[in-house]
Unconditional design. Structure first.
Length: 346
């Protein structure tokens, strides 16, 4: 009688239904329609997974209460953390040096070769050759994260240059051009507004990390921005990858600035929302040509960069200004990104 009560109590506590014919490792469907994988409950919870009310459960044996099998779905945060650890281990095995030496994209300085191996140059194939239009971040072997406005009117042939540094020189074995096979604009992005300004490009070396901790970028944090955009008023896009150190602003501080110069009534009619990061670019920061490129946080001691934002709108004219730089907050869209890029990792 005691064993029967324990079994009933266990099912009630977990809030699951019995599953027939399900084996560990098999794909399963949860009540909310999302997919998961049949896993041991203890292992599922230890690795950041979750069960839900009404998900599937199976007891392998009549008295084997230690092995409870559930339809487990790993959280997007856990997947991002695991992928970040993989990139970190790959970089260590390859012997890559950690060269984040930012003493200070306008007002910045040239980055070192391979300093930001995940940064991608998006090139438009024109009659005059390839032309840089936006930046991006390689977050998986064949996926690039960028801004939606960079690909809202895609050219017939968009090329991603991986490992790029100096456009005047091609570095054999370091720089590669890969055709963009397909792209996915966030479903809630609508021109002319700049909310949800985020997109994913699928390609036909070294990725960056997605935010995986529930830690928001707050005001006053030092961040890095890098790109091939204009370096000053009246200049052309840079031939060499530039970097700059910037400081984040609080949402309240950002709303107090003269955002009318950002065409706020059109681009941001609801003001600054949780999906946006504001950055003080009064001395240096992003400019035209940097769009889609990453705003990065250096993970101390790990020699990897975490992409926390995407350049959505920088300072007009690349001049010192009290108008903040506007970035799409990547963490806000983590579930959408992971569902597209690592949909089989749940």
């Amino acid at each position: 009688m005691s064993g029967w009560c324990e079994r009933v109590l266990l099912v009630l506590l977990i809030g699951v239904w019995s599953a027939v014919g399900q084996q560990v490792g098999h794909v399963c469907t949860r009540v909310d329609g999302t997919q998961g994988v049949m896993r041991d409950l203890r292992e599922c919870l230890q690795q950041g997974g979750s069960t839900e009310s009404g998900s599937q459960l199976r007891l392998p044996g009549a008295t084997d209460f230690d092995r409870v099998i559930v339809c487990c779905r790993t959280s997007s945060a856990a997947i991002a953390r695991n992928k970040c650890f993989e990139w970190q281990q790959q970089r260590r095995r390859s012997g890559s040096r950690c060269t984040i030496t930012v003493p200070l994209v306008h007002g910045g300085e040239s980055a070192l070769v391979r300093e930001f191996p995940h940064i991608v140059s998006l090139l438009e194939d024109t009659s005059r050759g390839l032309r840089h239009v936006c930046g991006g971040s390689l977050i998986a072997r064949d996926w690039v994260l960028t801004a939606a406005h960079c690909v809202q009117f895609p050219t017939p042939r968009l090329v991603a240059r991986l490992g790029a540094h100096d456009f005047r020189e091609r570095e054999p074995g370091i720089s590669y051009d890969v055709i963009v096979a397909s792209y996915f604009i966030h479903p809630e992005y609508e021109e002319p507004r700049r909310y949800n300004d985020i997109a994913l490009l699928q390609l036909k070396f070294e990725p960056a990390c997605l935010p995986y901790e529930n830690k928001r970028v707050r005001g006053g944090e030092e961040l890095l921005v890098a790109g091939w955009g204009l370096t000053g008023p009246g200049t052309r896009t840079s031939e060499v990858l530039h970097k700059a150190q910037v400081r984040s602003m609080s949402r309240f501080q950002c709303d107090q600035h003269d955002i009318l110069r950002l065409n706020a009534a059109i681009d941001y009619p609801s003001g600054i929302t949780d999906s946006i990061i504001c950055v003080d670019e009064s001395n240096q920061g992003s400019c035209q040509g940097d769009s889609g490129g990453p705003l990065m946080f250096e993970r101390g001691g790990q020699c990897v960069q975490e992409v926390v934002g995407l350049v959505s709108r920088g300072v007009r004219g690349c001049t010192s200004s009290n108008v903040p730089g506007i970035y799409t907050r990547v963490e806000y869209y983590r579930d959408w990104i992971v569902d597209k890029v690592w949909k089989d990792a749940f």
